[in-house]
Each structure stands twice: as structure tokens, then as C-alpha cells.
Design a protein around this ligand. Structure first.
Ligand code: PCA
Length: 187
């Protein structure tokens, strides 16, 4: 079985993005399964199409995409992606959206089928704050999540998006531990 983890480049004037730093600290194999990594641009549509290319190439069984949500106080697995784009800042290609569908005739929302509550309980047991999030926003993270869940039937993987807080709340090492716990739970 193969696993794909994705993290994002920095955006909004930041120099780093802890989502990618945490993804890089996850072990190369978990439970004997290879962990592959993909660094995504913070760009509407392009990030999702790069993810689709990698899923086509790799055919992973589990895909967890990770992004930072500054202001959050915990590691938050996301239950749902919505068919909506709204940006309070332009993406890294200068593109902004003020309320457009991602897929004009697509479903309004998609939900993960991975066991998010078991993951959250296990992360908390490890001493790392975690709770469920019911909104991945409407910026590039939601864009990638909507694509990841929409591709599931076509490619047969199971997808999840996890937002991590800033590093003043959880260290990148603990973020990586939380991601490893998510993957072990999913396996
Ligand atoms: N966070 C942004 C996009 C990239 C990232 O790390 C978001 O929450 O949409």
C-alpha cells in the first residue's frame, strides 16, 4: 500500500509553511507502507491539478493533505470540503475569488470517509491538542480537499485534509506525530 502526504508552500508573506515542514518529518515508512510527499503551490486549481497528476502516477490508497490555519488552537482534521471559492487574500499567482463554484455542476460538498473521530482521540491521547473542524474555509486548502475527495471514486484512494495551527501552538515535531497517528489509524 502506498501513502501520499501533501503540504503547502508559504503564502500571505510568511517565510515558511509548517504544513510542509511537518510533512517532511513524518517517517518514510509507516507500518511497512511507503510514505510519498508532494509540495503544493498555494494556487487555486493548479494545486488540485498537481495533486491529481501525482495520484494518477502513484495510485496511493491513503492521501492526507495538510495546510496551516493560523489562529487555530489545535490539529484539526477536516470533515468536509465545499464547492466554493472565496479568498480574502489573492493566491500566490495573484488570483482571487469572491464566491465562485469550484465545479459548476458539482456536488455542494464532499465528506471524508476516514475515521476522523478515532484519529482525534488518538492524537489527544498522545498529548497533542486536536478536535474536528467542520470548515476547511474557501481558500486553496478547501480547493485541494474538494478535488481530493472528488477523485476518490475514480482512483480508489481515501482522502483527508488536516489543518495544523501555527508553531506557537503545536511544534512541527508534534504536528508530524499527529499526522503519523492519522495515518496509522487510517491503515
Ligand atoms: N493554508 C491555506 C492555503 C495553504 C495553507 O497552508 C488555507 O487554509 O487555505
Amino acid at each position: 500500500m502506498s501513502i501520499l502526504l501533501t503540504g503547502f508552500e508559504p503564502f500571505g508573506g510568511a517565510e515558511t509553511n509548517p504544513s510542509w515542514e511537518a510533512v517532511c518529518l513524518v517517517p518514510d515508512t509507516i507500518g511497512g507502507h511507503a510514505v510519498h510527499r508532494l509540495h503544493l503551490p498555494v494556487e487555486f486549481a493548479r494545486a488540485a491539478s498537481l495533486l491529481r497528476e501525482e495520484i494518477t502516477r502513484l495510485r496511493p490508497e491513503i492521501v492526507i493533505s495538510v495546510g496551516v490555519a493560523n489562529g487555530r488552537k489545535a490539529v484539526t482534521p477536516e470533515l468536509v470540503a465545499i464547492n466554493y471559492r472565496f479568498a480574502s487574500i489573492p493566491d500566490n499567482a495573484g488570483v482571487s475569488h469572491k464566491g465562485d463554484p469550484i465545479v459548476p455542476d458539482g456536488p455542494a460538498a464532499c465528506m471524508t470517509t476516514l475515521p476522523v473521530h478515532d484519529m482525534i482521540a488518538a492524537i489527544n491521547e498522545a498529548g497533542i491538542p486536536s478536535h474536528l473542524s467542520l470548515s476547511a474555509g474557501a481558500y486553496v486548502c478547501n480547493d485541494v480537499y474538494y478535488a481530493l475527495l472528488s477523485f476518490e471514486k475514480e482512483f480508489g484512494h481515501k482522502g483527508l485534509f488536516v489543518h495544523v495551527p501555527g508553531t506557537e501552538i503545536v511544534s512541527v515535531e508534534d504536528m508530524a506525530r499527529a499526522l503519523e497517528i492519522c495515518l496509522r489509524t487510517a491503515i
